[in-house]
Design a binder for this molecule. Structure first.
Ligand SMILES: Cc1cc2nc3c(=O)[nH]c(=O)nc-3n(C[C@H](O)[C@H](O)[C@H](O)COP(=O)(O)OP(=O)(O)OC[C@H]3O[C@@H](n4cnc5c(N)ncnc54)[C@H](O)[C@@H]3O)c2cc1C
Length: 372
């Protein structure tokens, strides 16, 4: 049995796997991922794979800056993963449409053209006619849409598998069905993890346990205000033309994939750790799909899923040093954007593990901010 790890990552979701990949790519040895279940986590069902970030209108806040930095890194990361593993995460530049059905929705989205141009030269409001020219399958009932050119899509289940595979090929020890149940400490240092498969002495630890981070944090003596926010998603198989761009209306969205599958998500529910889809959730998403793209009424229903997003008290991720612990880092709380934020989180955590200042300002995401 393995007895020690230079760096142990608790949680093999997309954040843990992205960090493991980044460390392997930088030549680190002695890295172990401990995953209670199978690697993949919630990203394995985040079928839409929308790389969106902050809603238009919030383009200058810290979250948006982090999201943009992550999006910039995506093409390089996707190409590198493909080359290392042979797994293509199918990154596609799609752009997005934020749809308005009511006058109030139009008012909220119809920002002044000079503001939109500051975001991107092609970002603009589309009248109903232009919307139909661009996406003929969208319902004619919509008044118009805000066109956001900078968004992409990826196949999240494939991306997380590619991260894990690249990590394993780079020497990372991935241990599935191993649960972290306790820690051993000497003063401000965690010296070992107590797992369902024995004791693992550790040099440094990264806590990346998603919606379970609050629970896992308590094992470390940390008070991390992170819990699960359930999201449901359905998949349809469309046999005719659908849409190319990501479509949003409020919290709901449609992401059509190159293979004809269409992901429709996603609810937001405080439902503890229950990962089962509900009748109400599936009904809401189905209705939204058909009202938005009527042709989806003829699509085949494939399946329905529910996952738990890690949501922090202030809605922002926690990326940085754990308060009061010298050798523990935290990477969690990515809520609706863990797929999008995986490259920048992994880069920043690897920098911190190496004692280097990250390229992005992590102050707004400091895990210690809640104790202040
Ligand atoms: C329906 C849905 C759609 C989504 N769509 C998108 C999208 O389009 N774009 C986007 O960017 N994001 C999306 N997200 C959000 C994204 O999926 C999450 O932010 C992301 O998956 C969180 O990753 P994570 O690694 O932090 O957590 P998780 O994926 O939850 O991984 C944490 C892992 O830690 C493990 N673990 C917990 N406790 C222990 C322990 N004690 N010992 C060992 N292991 C442990 C768990 O088993 C789990 O595998 C979506 C989420 C949902 C639910």
């Amino acid at each position: 049995m393995q007895e020690s790890a230079e760096i142990a990552i608790v949680g093999g979701g997309i954040i843990g796997c992205a960090i493991a990949y980044q460390l392997a790519a930088r030549g680190h040895r002695g890295v172990t991922v401990l995953e209670r279940d199978r690697v993949g986590g919630q990203a394995a069902i985040a079928f839409a794979g929308l790389l969106a970030g902050a809603a238009p209108g919030h383009r200058a806040d810290p979250f948006s800056t982090l999201a943009s930095a992550s999006l910039e890194r995506f093409p390089g990361v996707a190409a590198d993963l493909h080359q290392r593993t042979g797994v293509d995460p199918e990154l596609r530049h799609t752009g997005a449409l934020y749809l308005a059905l009511t006058a109030d929705e139009e008012t909220a989205l119809r920002l002044p053209p000079e503001t939109l141009r500051q975001y991107h030269p092609e970002c603009r409001w589309l009248e109903a006619r232009e919307l139909r020219e661009l996406e003929p399958e969208v319902s004619p009932l919509f008044r118009g849409a805000l066109y956001v050119p900078w968004e992409w899509q990826v196949l999240s289940p494939r991306l997380v598998q590619a991260y894990a595979r690249a990590a394993a090929l780079g020497g990372v020890h991935i241990r599935e069905t191993v649960e972290v149940r306790g820690v051993e400490r000497e003063g401000e240092r965690v010296t070992a993890l107590v797992t369902s498969d024995g004791r693992l002495a550790v040099g440094q630890v990264v806590l990346a346990a998603g919606g379970w981070s609050g629970h896992v944090g308590r094992l470390f003596g940390l008070s991390l205000p992170v819990g699960p926010l359930r999201g449901q998603i359905i998949r349809l198989a469309a046999w005719g033309p659908t849409v190319r761009r990501s479509l949003y209306r409020g919290d709901l969205y449609i992401g059509a994939k190159a293979d004809g599958t269409v992901a429709v998500g996603s609810t937001e529910e405080l439902a503890s750790f229950d990962r089962r889809p509900t009748g109400a959730g599936v009904a809401l998403l189905s209705r939204f799909a058909v009202e938005t793209v009527p042709a989806l009424g003829q699509a085949t229903f494939l399946d329905a899923w529910a996952g738990l997003r890690p949501l922090s008290e202030d809605g922002l991720p926690l990326i940085g040093r754990a308060p009061g612990l010298a050798n523990v880092l935290v990477a969690t709380g990515h809520a609706r954007n863990g797929v999008l934020l995986s490259p920048i989180t992994a880069e920043a955590i690897a920098d911190l593990l190496e004692g280097r200042p990250p390229a992005v300002d992590l102050a707004p995401f400091d895990p210690a901010r809640f104790g202040r």
